[in-house]
Design a protein around this ligand. Structure first.
Ligand SMILES: [Zn+2]
Length: 421
Protein backbone atom coordinates (compact mmCIF):
# COMPACT_ATOMS: atom_id res chain seq x y z
CA UNK A 1 0.00 0.00 0.00
CA UNK A 2 1.41 3.39 -0.99
CA UNK A 3 0.73 6.50 1.05
CA UNK A 4 1.85 10.09 0.70
CA UNK A 5 3.90 11.55 3.55
CA UNK A 6 0.90 13.60 4.72
CA UNK A 7 -1.46 10.61 4.71
CA UNK A 8 0.99 8.40 6.57
CA UNK A 9 1.61 11.00 9.23
CA UNK A 10 -2.13 11.47 9.72
CA UNK A 11 -2.98 7.77 10.06
CA UNK A 12 0.11 6.40 11.78
CA UNK A 13 -0.57 7.87 15.28
CA UNK A 14 -3.87 5.93 15.38
CA UNK A 15 -2.27 2.52 14.89
CA UNK A 16 1.33 2.98 16.00
CA UNK A 17 0.39 1.43 19.35
CA UNK A 18 -0.13 -1.90 17.54
CA UNK A 19 3.50 -2.16 16.47
CA UNK A 20 6.92 -2.35 18.06
CA UNK A 21 9.83 -1.16 15.93
CA UNK A 22 12.55 -3.64 14.99
CA UNK A 23 15.44 -3.43 12.54
CA UNK A 24 16.01 -0.25 10.55
CA UNK A 25 17.99 -0.10 7.30
CA UNK A 26 19.09 2.99 5.44
CA UNK A 27 20.06 2.87 1.78
CA UNK A 28 20.84 5.63 -0.72
CA UNK A 29 17.29 5.68 -2.08
CA UNK A 30 15.09 4.81 0.88
CA UNK A 31 14.81 3.88 4.56
CA UNK A 32 13.28 0.59 5.66
CA UNK A 33 11.77 0.04 9.09
CA UNK A 34 10.54 -3.39 10.20
CA UNK A 35 7.80 -3.79 12.77
CA UNK A 36 6.45 -6.66 14.83
CA UNK A 37 3.07 -6.82 16.52
CA UNK A 38 2.91 -5.57 20.11
CA UNK A 39 1.80 -9.08 21.10
CA UNK A 40 4.61 -10.92 19.29
CA UNK A 41 5.94 -12.66 22.42
CA UNK A 42 4.68 -16.14 23.32
CA UNK A 43 1.73 -16.16 25.68
CA UNK A 44 2.76 -15.23 29.18
CA UNK A 45 0.92 -14.20 32.25
CA UNK A 46 2.30 -12.21 35.06
CA UNK A 47 0.93 -10.64 38.18
CA UNK A 48 0.14 -6.98 37.84
CA UNK A 49 0.68 -5.11 41.07
CA UNK A 50 1.19 -6.62 44.47
CA UNK A 51 -1.06 -7.42 47.37
CA UNK A 52 -4.57 -8.74 47.42
CA UNK A 53 -5.73 -6.82 44.37
CA UNK A 54 -2.97 -8.19 42.16
CA UNK A 55 -4.41 -9.69 39.03
CA UNK A 56 -2.92 -11.83 36.39
CA UNK A 57 -2.80 -10.27 32.94
CA UNK A 58 -2.29 -11.80 29.54
CA UNK A 59 0.31 -9.64 27.94
CA UNK A 60 1.34 -11.48 24.79
CA UNK A 61 -0.21 -14.06 22.53
CA UNK A 62 2.55 -14.77 20.02
CA UNK A 63 0.92 -12.78 17.24
CA UNK A 64 2.70 -13.55 13.96
CA UNK A 65 1.96 -10.21 12.24
CA UNK A 66 4.97 -8.34 10.85
CA UNK A 67 5.17 -5.21 8.74
CA UNK A 68 7.67 -3.37 6.63
CA UNK A 69 7.55 0.37 5.96
CA UNK A 70 9.71 1.90 3.22
CA UNK A 71 10.15 5.64 3.06
CA UNK A 72 11.34 7.23 -0.17
CA UNK A 73 12.45 10.73 0.77
CA UNK A 74 12.75 11.98 -2.81
CA UNK A 75 9.16 11.16 -3.77
CA UNK A 76 7.96 11.74 -0.18
CA UNK A 77 6.22 8.41 -0.38
CA UNK A 78 5.66 5.60 2.13
CA UNK A 79 5.07 2.02 1.03
CA UNK A 80 3.61 -0.24 3.70
CA UNK A 81 3.38 -4.02 3.38
CA UNK A 82 2.62 -6.96 5.65
CA UNK A 83 5.55 -9.37 5.53
CA UNK A 84 4.05 -12.19 7.57
CA UNK A 85 2.02 -15.13 6.18
CA UNK A 86 -0.86 -14.55 8.55
CA UNK A 87 -2.47 -11.38 9.93
CA UNK A 88 -3.03 -10.49 13.60
CA UNK A 89 -4.52 -13.23 15.79
CA UNK A 90 -6.37 -10.72 17.99
CA UNK A 91 -8.53 -7.65 17.67
CA UNK A 92 -7.43 -4.04 17.56
CA UNK A 93 -9.49 -3.49 20.72
CA UNK A 94 -7.14 -5.77 22.67
CA UNK A 95 -4.17 -3.67 21.58
CA UNK A 96 -5.93 -0.43 22.54
CA UNK A 97 -6.72 -1.86 25.95
CA UNK A 98 -3.03 -2.57 26.49
CA UNK A 99 -1.55 0.60 25.01
CA UNK A 100 -3.34 3.82 24.07
CA UNK A 101 -2.91 5.23 20.53
CA UNK A 102 -0.43 8.06 20.05
CA UNK A 103 -3.05 10.31 18.41
CA UNK A 104 -5.20 10.63 21.53
CA UNK A 105 -2.15 11.04 23.76
CA UNK A 106 -1.03 13.91 21.50
CA UNK A 107 -4.41 15.63 21.87
CA UNK A 108 -4.24 15.22 25.65
CA UNK A 109 -0.71 16.61 25.71
CA UNK A 110 -1.74 19.65 23.61
CA UNK A 111 -4.66 20.39 25.92
CA UNK A 112 -2.45 20.15 29.01
CA UNK A 113 -0.06 22.56 27.30
CA UNK A 114 -3.04 24.95 27.03
CA UNK A 115 -3.25 24.92 30.80
CA UNK A 116 -6.10 22.49 31.47
CA UNK A 117 -5.79 20.00 34.31
CA UNK A 118 -5.56 16.29 33.43
CA UNK A 119 -9.00 15.66 34.99
CA UNK A 120 -10.56 18.45 32.90
CA UNK A 121 -8.96 17.09 29.74
CA UNK A 122 -10.17 13.57 30.46
CA UNK A 123 -13.71 14.78 31.17
CA UNK A 124 -13.72 16.77 27.92
CA UNK A 125 -12.43 13.84 25.87
CA UNK A 126 -15.10 11.63 27.41
CA UNK A 127 -17.81 14.13 26.45
CA UNK A 128 -18.51 15.71 29.84
CA UNK A 129 -20.57 12.84 31.28
CA UNK A 130 -22.80 12.35 28.26
CA UNK A 131 -23.37 16.02 27.49
CA UNK A 132 -21.41 15.78 24.24
CA UNK A 133 -21.98 12.20 23.08
CA UNK A 134 -20.07 12.76 19.82
CA UNK A 135 -16.86 13.43 21.75
CA UNK A 136 -17.10 10.06 23.45
CA UNK A 137 -17.90 8.36 20.13
CA UNK A 138 -14.85 9.97 18.55
CA UNK A 139 -12.72 8.84 21.47
CA UNK A 140 -13.95 5.24 21.16
CA UNK A 141 -13.49 5.42 17.38
CA UNK A 142 -9.89 6.53 17.93
CA UNK A 143 -9.28 3.42 20.04
CA UNK A 144 -9.18 5.13 23.42
CA UNK A 145 -12.21 3.70 25.18
CA UNK A 146 -9.84 2.69 27.97
CA UNK A 147 -8.16 6.08 28.38
CA UNK A 148 -7.42 6.71 32.05
CA UNK A 149 -6.42 9.73 34.09
CA UNK A 150 -2.90 8.31 34.37
CA UNK A 151 -2.66 8.13 30.56
CA UNK A 152 -3.58 11.80 30.32
CA UNK A 153 -1.14 12.73 33.08
CA UNK A 154 1.66 10.78 31.43
CA UNK A 155 0.93 12.38 28.06
CA UNK A 156 1.30 15.83 29.55
CA UNK A 157 4.26 14.98 31.76
CA UNK A 158 6.84 16.58 29.44
CA UNK A 159 4.96 19.88 29.35
CA UNK A 160 4.20 19.83 33.07
CA UNK A 161 7.86 19.19 33.95
CA UNK A 162 9.04 21.95 31.66
CA UNK A 163 6.49 24.48 32.91
CA UNK A 164 5.65 23.59 36.52
CA UNK A 165 2.70 25.28 38.17
CA UNK A 166 4.08 28.29 40.03
CA UNK A 167 1.47 27.80 42.74
CA UNK A 168 3.65 24.87 43.80
CA UNK A 169 6.90 26.83 43.84
CA UNK A 170 8.90 27.05 47.08
CA UNK A 171 7.92 23.50 47.79
CA UNK A 172 11.50 22.48 48.37
CA UNK A 173 11.39 24.47 51.62
CA UNK A 174 10.53 22.59 54.76
CA UNK A 175 7.31 23.15 56.65
CA UNK A 176 8.86 25.64 59.08
CA UNK A 177 10.20 27.88 56.33
CA UNK A 178 6.85 27.77 54.55
CA UNK A 179 4.98 28.71 57.71
CA UNK A 180 7.38 31.64 58.22
CA UNK A 181 6.80 32.78 54.65
CA UNK A 182 3.04 32.58 55.11
CA UNK A 183 3.23 34.58 58.34
CA UNK A 184 5.33 37.22 56.59
CA UNK A 185 2.72 37.47 53.86
CA UNK A 186 -0.09 37.84 56.39
CA UNK A 187 1.83 40.53 58.29
CA UNK A 188 2.21 42.74 55.20
CA UNK A 189 -1.30 44.19 55.32
CA UNK A 190 -3.05 45.22 58.42
CA UNK A 191 -6.19 43.27 57.57
CA UNK A 192 -5.34 39.79 58.76
CA UNK A 193 -5.63 38.10 62.10
CA UNK A 194 -3.08 35.30 62.19
CA UNK A 195 -1.27 33.07 64.62
CA UNK A 196 0.97 30.05 64.46
CA UNK A 197 -0.07 27.48 66.99
CA UNK A 198 1.57 24.60 68.70
CA UNK A 199 -0.18 22.07 70.87
CA UNK A 200 0.87 18.88 72.56
CA UNK A 201 -1.25 15.96 71.56
CA UNK A 202 -2.88 14.18 74.44
CA UNK A 203 -2.74 10.77 72.77
CA UNK A 204 1.04 10.56 72.16
CA UNK A 205 2.52 13.69 73.75
CA UNK A 206 4.00 14.78 70.42
CA UNK A 207 3.87 18.38 69.23
CA UNK A 208 1.39 19.35 66.58
CA UNK A 209 1.77 22.53 64.48
CA UNK A 210 -0.76 24.71 62.77
CA UNK A 211 -1.25 28.18 61.39
CA UNK A 212 -4.55 30.03 61.72
CA UNK A 213 -5.68 33.16 59.92
CA UNK A 214 -8.79 35.18 59.15
CA UNK A 215 -9.59 38.43 57.44
CA UNK A 216 -10.79 41.26 59.71
CA UNK A 217 -14.14 41.52 57.91
CA UNK A 218 -14.70 37.79 58.27
CA UNK A 219 -14.05 37.94 62.00
CA UNK A 220 -16.82 40.52 62.04
CA UNK A 221 -19.04 38.10 60.12
CA UNK A 222 -18.27 35.30 62.55
CA UNK A 223 -19.12 37.52 65.50
CA UNK A 224 -22.39 38.57 63.90
CA UNK A 225 -23.59 35.34 62.32
CA UNK A 226 -21.64 32.76 64.31
CA UNK A 227 -24.68 31.25 66.01
CA UNK A 228 -24.61 28.45 63.52
CA UNK A 229 -21.26 27.37 62.06
CA UNK A 230 -20.13 24.71 59.62
CA UNK A 231 -16.70 23.25 60.13
CA UNK A 232 -14.85 20.82 57.92
CA UNK A 233 -11.41 19.88 56.68
CA UNK A 234 -10.29 19.81 53.08
CA UNK A 235 -7.35 17.71 52.07
CA UNK A 236 -5.03 17.90 49.06
CA UNK A 237 -4.72 21.68 49.06
CA UNK A 238 -0.96 21.75 49.57
CA UNK A 239 2.11 19.62 49.07
CA UNK A 240 2.90 19.25 52.77
CA UNK A 241 -0.33 17.30 53.12
CA UNK A 242 -1.55 19.63 55.89
CA UNK A 243 -5.31 19.77 56.35
CA UNK A 244 -7.15 23.00 55.63
CA UNK A 245 -9.95 23.56 58.14
CA UNK A 246 -12.54 26.20 57.40
CA UNK A 247 -15.36 27.68 59.44
CA UNK A 248 -18.34 28.94 57.51
CA UNK A 249 -21.30 31.08 58.51
CA UNK A 250 -24.43 32.15 56.72
CA UNK A 251 -24.86 35.89 56.20
CA UNK A 252 -28.03 38.01 55.94
CA UNK A 253 -28.39 37.23 52.23
CA UNK A 254 -28.20 33.50 52.86
CA UNK A 255 -24.72 33.16 51.34
CA UNK A 256 -22.18 30.98 53.03
CA UNK A 257 -19.02 32.86 53.97
CA UNK A 258 -15.71 31.24 54.85
CA UNK A 259 -14.52 33.01 57.97
CA UNK A 260 -11.53 31.47 59.73
CA UNK A 261 -8.99 29.06 58.32
CA UNK A 262 -6.46 26.70 59.80
CA UNK A 263 -3.72 24.71 58.14
CA UNK A 264 -2.72 21.89 60.41
CA UNK A 265 -0.08 19.22 60.25
CA UNK A 266 -2.02 16.66 62.21
CA UNK A 267 -5.74 16.55 62.73
CA UNK A 268 -6.23 16.29 66.45
CA UNK A 269 -8.71 17.56 68.96
CA UNK A 270 -6.14 19.53 70.98
CA UNK A 271 -4.93 21.76 68.20
CA UNK A 272 -8.45 22.22 66.87
CA UNK A 273 -9.67 23.22 70.31
CA UNK A 274 -6.77 25.66 70.66
CA UNK A 275 -7.70 27.13 67.32
CA UNK A 276 -11.36 27.53 68.24
CA UNK A 277 -10.27 29.32 71.39
CA UNK A 278 -8.03 31.60 69.30
CA UNK A 279 -10.97 32.44 67.07
CA UNK A 280 -13.05 33.17 70.15
CA UNK A 281 -10.38 35.63 71.29
CA UNK A 282 -10.28 37.29 67.87
CA UNK A 283 -14.02 37.84 68.16
CA UNK A 284 -13.41 39.55 71.47
CA UNK A 285 -15.45 36.95 73.32
CA UNK A 286 -18.59 37.95 71.40
CA UNK A 287 -18.92 34.79 69.33
CA UNK A 288 -22.12 33.14 70.56
CA UNK A 289 -21.93 29.64 69.10
CA UNK A 290 -25.10 27.64 69.47
CA UNK A 291 -24.95 24.98 66.73
CA UNK A 292 -21.94 23.55 64.96
CA UNK A 293 -22.15 21.14 62.08
CA UNK A 294 -19.28 18.83 61.18
CA UNK A 295 -18.84 15.50 59.48
CA UNK A 296 -18.81 12.40 61.62
CA UNK A 297 -15.33 13.00 62.98
CA UNK A 298 -14.46 12.22 66.58
CA UNK A 299 -11.58 14.74 66.40
CA UNK A 300 -13.86 17.63 65.51
CA UNK A 301 -16.45 16.68 68.11
CA UNK A 302 -13.78 16.51 70.80
CA UNK A 303 -12.36 19.89 69.77
CA UNK A 304 -15.76 21.55 70.06
CA UNK A 305 -16.28 19.98 73.50
CA UNK A 306 -12.86 21.24 74.65
CA UNK A 307 -13.25 24.76 73.29
CA UNK A 308 -16.88 25.40 74.13
CA UNK A 309 -17.51 24.10 77.59
CA UNK A 310 -21.01 25.54 77.74
CA UNK A 311 -22.37 26.22 81.20
CA UNK A 312 -18.93 25.62 82.77
CA UNK A 313 -17.72 28.85 81.15
CA UNK A 314 -21.03 30.61 81.50
CA UNK A 315 -21.78 30.15 77.81
CA UNK A 316 -24.76 28.71 76.00
CA UNK A 317 -24.70 24.97 75.55
CA UNK A 318 -23.40 24.14 72.06
CA UNK A 319 -25.36 21.55 70.08
CA UNK A 320 -23.24 19.47 67.81
CA UNK A 321 -24.80 18.34 64.56
CA UNK A 322 -23.47 15.92 62.00
CA UNK A 323 -23.46 16.68 58.31
CA UNK A 324 -26.39 14.94 56.66
CA UNK A 325 -24.51 14.22 53.45
CA UNK A 326 -21.66 12.51 55.28
CA UNK A 327 -24.13 10.57 57.43
CA UNK A 328 -26.00 9.35 54.39
CA UNK A 329 -22.73 8.27 52.75
CA UNK A 330 -21.70 6.43 55.89
CA UNK A 331 -25.07 4.65 56.16
CA UNK A 332 -24.96 3.64 52.52
CA UNK A 333 -21.39 2.38 52.85
CA UNK A 334 -21.60 0.56 56.19
CA UNK A 335 -25.02 -0.94 55.53
CA UNK A 336 -24.53 -1.76 51.88
CA UNK A 337 -26.06 -4.66 49.99
CA UNK A 338 -29.49 -5.97 49.08
CA UNK A 339 -29.97 -7.80 52.37
CA UNK A 340 -29.85 -4.51 54.27
CA UNK A 341 -31.94 -2.49 51.83
CA UNK A 342 -34.92 -2.09 54.18
CA UNK A 343 -32.71 -1.32 57.18
CA UNK A 344 -30.99 1.36 55.16
CA UNK A 345 -34.27 2.89 54.04
CA UNK A 346 -35.60 3.14 57.60
CA UNK A 347 -32.41 4.74 58.88
CA UNK A 348 -32.37 7.20 55.99
CA UNK A 349 -36.00 8.08 56.75
CA UNK A 350 -34.99 8.95 60.31
CA UNK A 351 -32.05 10.93 58.95
CA UNK A 352 -33.92 12.92 56.38
CA UNK A 353 -37.69 12.91 56.87
CA UNK A 354 -39.05 11.93 60.30
CA UNK A 355 -40.22 15.12 62.00
CA UNK A 356 -40.83 14.03 65.57
CA UNK A 357 -38.83 12.08 68.10
CA UNK A 358 -41.39 9.22 68.36
CA UNK A 359 -41.42 9.05 64.56
CA UNK A 360 -37.64 8.87 64.48
CA UNK A 361 -37.64 6.15 67.17
CA UNK A 362 -40.17 4.18 65.13
CA UNK A 363 -37.93 4.30 62.06
CA UNK A 364 -34.89 3.25 64.07
CA UNK A 365 -36.87 0.36 65.65
CA UNK A 366 -37.94 -0.75 62.17
CA UNK A 367 -34.35 -0.53 60.97
CA UNK A 368 -33.23 -2.77 63.84
CA UNK A 369 -36.17 -5.11 63.28
CA UNK A 370 -35.41 -5.64 59.58
CA UNK A 371 -31.72 -6.15 60.29
CA UNK A 372 -30.83 -9.83 60.40
CA UNK A 373 -27.21 -9.95 61.52
CA UNK A 374 -26.41 -9.27 65.16
CA UNK A 375 -23.19 -7.43 64.21
CA UNK A 376 -25.14 -4.92 62.11
CA UNK A 377 -27.65 -4.40 64.91
CA UNK A 378 -24.82 -3.67 67.35
CA UNK A 379 -23.30 -1.26 64.84
CA UNK A 380 -26.58 0.65 64.53
CA UNK A 381 -27.13 0.72 68.30
CA UNK A 382 -23.57 1.90 69.08
CA UNK A 383 -23.04 4.38 66.29
CA UNK A 384 -26.46 5.73 65.46
CA UNK A 385 -29.06 5.15 68.19
CA UNK A 386 -26.95 6.59 71.01
CA UNK A 387 -26.26 9.86 69.18
CA UNK A 388 -29.53 10.28 67.31
CA UNK A 389 -29.79 13.93 68.35
CA UNK A 390 -26.67 14.71 66.33
CA UNK A 391 -27.95 13.45 63.04
CA UNK A 392 -31.71 12.81 63.00
CA UNK A 393 -33.99 15.24 61.21
CA UNK A 394 -36.40 15.67 64.15
CA UNK A 395 -33.69 17.39 66.20
CA UNK A 396 -33.43 20.13 63.57
CA UNK A 397 -37.12 20.70 62.89
CA UNK A 398 -37.52 23.34 65.58
CA UNK A 399 -35.19 25.82 63.93
CA UNK A 400 -35.55 27.00 60.32
CA UNK A 401 -31.85 27.81 60.10
CA UNK A 402 -30.91 24.20 60.76
CA UNK A 403 -33.20 22.97 58.00
CA UNK A 404 -31.22 24.98 55.47
CA UNK A 405 -28.04 23.08 56.15
CA UNK A 406 -28.49 20.79 53.17
CA UNK A 407 -27.55 23.64 50.84
CA UNK A 408 -24.00 23.85 52.05
CA UNK A 409 -23.57 20.33 53.25
CA UNK A 410 -20.86 19.62 50.73
CA UNK A 411 -18.45 21.94 52.45
CA UNK A 412 -15.05 20.86 51.07
CA UNK A 413 -16.34 21.36 47.54
CA UNK A 414 -17.73 24.75 48.42
CA UNK A 415 -14.42 25.79 49.93
CA UNK A 416 -12.54 24.70 46.84
CA UNK A 417 -14.91 26.69 44.64
CA UNK A 418 -14.42 29.76 46.79
CA UNK A 419 -10.65 29.29 46.76
CA UNK A 420 -10.90 29.20 42.97
CA UNK A 421 -9.75 25.63 42.46
ZN1 LIG B 1 -0.98 -8.75 16.42
Amino acid sequence: MKLSKGEFETFWPFISNTWTAGTRRVSSTHTTQYFRCLFHKPETTHAKGTGIRAKSTRIAIACPARMRVNFHPLQELYSVSLTSQSPHNHTLEEVDERRRPEAVKNIASQQIACGYSPATVLAALRGQNGRFPESLEALVEAGSRHLTLDDVKNSGRKVLTRYPDNRFSSNHFDANAQVQQALEFLSQDNVWHYKDLKAIRECDGKPSYAIAWAHNTRIHALTRHGRFVLMDATHKTNKLGWLLYTLMVRDDCGSWLPTCHLLTEKADGDILALRLQTFKQWCGGKWQLRYILTDDSAVEQRAVRLAFRGLMDGETEVSHLLCRVHCERTIRRKLAGDALKETRQHLLAALKHRRTEPGCDESIELALHTCKKEADKTYIRDNWVKVKKLWANYAREHSPILLQVGIASNLPRLVLIILGR
